[in-house]
Design a protein around this ligand. Structure first.
Ligand code: ATP
Length: 578
């Protein structure tokens, strides 16, 4: 079902490993967990006092004929303490699960934002989103139940068990004799649950990927009438999710009646055996009454054992998927914040191939002086964009040497390197918000005057820059989007400018506007431009012609035309409109 997607884990981690990792990530929330347990203990102690008081009241009534005594007063005080104690226990339990969820979500987003591009290429966005959202929600749901209801129930059940043993160990032990057998049966039935949950979540990720395709490529999907095809794929993924979900539920359906038996069976035994013991004067009637009340508190966590198991197995499966995401290789960090030196860019014998693909760059060498403006040209798929991706450290070269502003690319801190680069691509990504917001992200310390100046320089004074531009800037034209990207780059004011066919998707009028904005942006910058229209390169300082992953010609437009080599042929082909 994963198609060509790279599996992340070689080996599935054990339950213990997943639990240990979860606990260590959330270790900082231990105090709140301890507070939950303390209030659960307080609640259970109060409950025990209440049952003891009831026992004494019933037994004393047989002797004194009155129900109003110190036990009654204690009972009333206990009931008063019980309410706030139970409130705090639940409140803290919920807070604990919410804090853990927050930590998990923050860590997951941090991991996604640091993801290595090479690994990202092999994954599906929908699957990543599903792990970062639905899997985390499943874990939170299970924890919410556990910390707010089940953990307090377990603490109360444990204290009730101790008190019950104290009142009559024979009655308590006998009534619970069946519990271990059913618990073992439940553990066996629930064994395949984690596997089903994993399949279920994977299929959910697949369906999200397909929905993502429909929304992301809406126009193409409509233009090619892909609705039905995508629907079929979506239905198949949802069918797979439903059948894995049903398998998981089938196991849990069996667990539930067994839980009920575990809850009721002890009570039936206590009633029968309790009467027998009372008749034999081995326990008072108040004692039997107390054990019956306590058995409800003991029975609650026992009866809920199946639900705890289901939640645990579900959360375990989802947590292992989330941790799998966390273990994806991150972008290389470290390196130093360098001071740019004289030389701008130097590539020596650089080779690179995408994972599992033939080499794209084969011993590529060129250098660019500071302030120089060069163009890289070449046939489709010759590796022009790949050069730009290497310079932005999105991918790491396989061999050779890349140095930027006098320092090897590996020595740079990735963030510092990118602070020195402005990039404008073919398809500009704009964030939801206004034009103003999108330009302001170019330099978070900029004044309003600076932003306005950048908007003016990018020829954006014909639009209301404060209006919302829709998701990804879809309420703007292609030319307007490009000019927003240029204004953003102007704000950044970086010394190295990388332009990857920024005008290729534009009509002539828009191209003229964007080209003028680009000319203003490039002033004083070292610039590498990948250009599709070769006739626009007449004024560029130098043109590098790429073929088979290496530079085959270099010179000005005039020089290369005179050479009548690779560039000349490209030019002729373009002029002929082929
Ligand atoms: N992420 C990727 N994973 C695998 N292969 C890739 C990836 N990106 C590009 N390629 C392949 O690498 C080769 C070079 O691609 P690149 O985008 O650098 O070419 P280009 O010269 O910019 O092409 P164009 O002018 O058509 O945009 C192509 O064969 C392409 O299919």
């Amino acid at each position: 079902m994963n198609g060509g997607i790279m599996p992340l884990y070689e080996a599935t981690p054990s339950t213990l490993q997943v639990v240990q990792r979860y606990l260590s990530v959330n270790a900082k929330h231990t105090p709140i967990l301890v507070a939950t347990i303390v209030f659960s203990l307080l609640t259970s102690s109060v409950l025990s006092v209440i049952t003891q008081c009831l026992r004494a009241i019933i037994d004393d009534y047989g002797i004194t004929g009155t129900v109003f005594n110190t036990q009654t007063a204690l009972l009333l005080i206990s009931l008063t303490v019980f309410i706030p104690s139970q409130y705090l226990q639940q409140f803290l339990g919920i807070k604990c699960s919410e804090m853990c969820d927050r930590t998990m979500r923050e860590n997951t987003f941090a991991v996604v934002s640091r993801m290595n591009k090479q690994t990202l290429d092999t994954q599906r966005t929908g699957d990543i989103l599903s792990r970062a959202n639905s899997d985390l929600s499943q874990i939170n749901g299970a924890l919410h139940n556990y910390f707010s209801v089940r953990l307090p129930q377990q603490v109360i059940g444990l204290v009730a068990l101790i008190v019950s043993l104290f009142i009559s160990w024979q009655l308590t032990v006998f009534s619970l004799a069946i519990v271990p057998f059913i618990a073992v049966l439940q553990v066996k039935i629930s064994a395949p649950l984690t596997g089903f949950v994993l399949q279920w979540q994977r299929a959910a990720g697949e369906s999200l990927s397909i929905a993502n395709n429909l929304m992301g490529g809406y126009e193409v999907a409509k233009a090619y009438n892909l609705g039905q095809l995508l629907r079929q794929r979506y239905d198949a993924a949802v069918d797979q999710a439903a059948s894995s979900g049903m398998n998981a539920n089938r196991a849990t359906i069996w667990l539930s009646p067994l839980g009920q038996v575990m809850f009721f069976f002890p009570q039936i035994i206590i009633c029968g055996f309790g009467v027998y013991l009372a008749n034999a004067h081995q326990i008072t009637s108040g004692g039997v009454m107390s054990v019956i009340i306590l058995s409800v508190f003991i029975g609650n966590p026992i009866g809920d054992f199946s639900a705890v198991l289901t939640d645990f197995k579900t959360a375990r499966g989802c947590a292992s998927r989330v941790f799998e995401l966390w273990d994806m290789p991150a972008e290389q960090t470290g390196g130093t914040v360098m001071k740019p030196k004289e030389d701008a860019i130097l590539l020596e014998n650089v080779s690179f191939s995408y994972p599992g693909k033939p080499a794209v760059l084969n011993g590529l060498s060129f250098s660019i002086k500071q302030g120089e403006q060069i163009a890289i040209v070449g046939g489709s798929g010759s590796g022009k964009s790949t050069v730009i991706k290497l310079l932005m450290a999105l991918y790491r070269k396989d061999e050779g040497k890349i140095s930027i502003f006098g320092h090897a690319i590996e020595a740079w801190s990735t963030e510092a390197l990118r602070d020195h680069i402005s990039y404008v691509g073919q398809d500009t990504y704009l964030f939801t918000g206004s034009i103003w917001d999108n330009v302001a992200v170019g330099n978070r310390n900029a004044s309003n005057e600076n932003i306005q100046a950048a908007l003016d320089a990018a020829l954006l004074n014909d639009i209301d820059v404060r209006r919302e531009i829709g998701e990804r800037g879809f309420h703007l034209s292609g030319g307007q989007r490009q000019r927003v990207a240029i204004a953003r780059a102007i704000m950044k004011d970086a010394p190295l400018l990388l332009l990857d066919e920024p005008t290729s998707a534009l009509d002539t009028q828009n191209e003229a506007l964007v080209s003028e904005a680009l000319r203003r942006l490039a002033k004083g910058c070292t610039t590498i431009v990948i250009a599709h229209r070769l006739s626009a390169l007449r004024n560029i300082d130098r043109i590098l012609c790429l073929e088979d992953g290496r530079i085959v010609e270099s010179g000005t437009h005039e020089q290369l035309m005179t050479l009548q080599g690779a560039y000349y042929r490209l030019y002729q082909t373009q002029e002929a409109g082929i």
